[in-house]
Write a protein that binds this ligand. Sequence first.
Ligand SMILES: [Zn+2]
Ligand SMILES: [Zn+2]
Length: 257
Amino acid sequence: MSLAEPVRSSNGVPSLNALTLQVVHDNHPYAEALKTAWGFSAFVTGPAKTILFDTGSDGTLLLENMAKLQLDPARIELVVLSHVHGDHTGGLTGLLQANPRVQVFLPASLPARFKDVVRGYGATVVEIDGPREIDANVYTTGSLGRRIQEQALILRTRAGLVVLTGCAHPGIGGIVTKVRQLHAEDILLVAGGFHLEWATRRRVRAILGVFRSHQVRFVAPTHCSGEKTQEWFRQEYGPDYIDAGVGKTIRLADLTA
Ligand SMILES: [Zn+2]
Ligand SMILES: [Zn+2]
């Protein structure tokens, strides 16, 4: 496999000193006060612009959960949609009603009608094909996969790369390998949906081998990862396994303490 040209930060901006991920929509419970529903969404602060990665399935629940975490939707400047499925895009219109002043980065393969709806709210659509920088220290893997096109988000911190996945339809092992090809830094954390609900132990073992070969330091599988898969990752990662679910907050400082 040939190594792609590494993606570099524009203007030589230093990597992030602080990063906070807050799970605001997930089917796995974590913080008691928050509601669960099928889907995934994470509120990302630390980069120059505040990001919402995916929007879950339910916009009302998304905004309620954000309110309980005192996260103001008006702060969001960039929305990154991993893929077309409703459990990742269903909350978008609710968010756009609350704050249409956002740029929405989505796989170019999404239906034209979907993009028109987003533009109809006054938001800007940015179509993603290949890997690129979204903002300083914020990158996309580009649209991966054939049947279901999906992008993962990459955040460049002082301690390594943080990778956020929606459903990982193209395969979580392939996504991690792609990140490794695109960027020179180590992978600090992979969080989000790993799409291994029905995977056999053998398959998960092979994927754990990929994670280990790329020296992924921490993991936080949730959403569609599957409970058995979560358990197998927990056994492998021990203290470096992070329990995720709605309301979970992951701070860079906690990973590097
Ligand atoms: Zn999906
Ligand atoms: Zn999903």
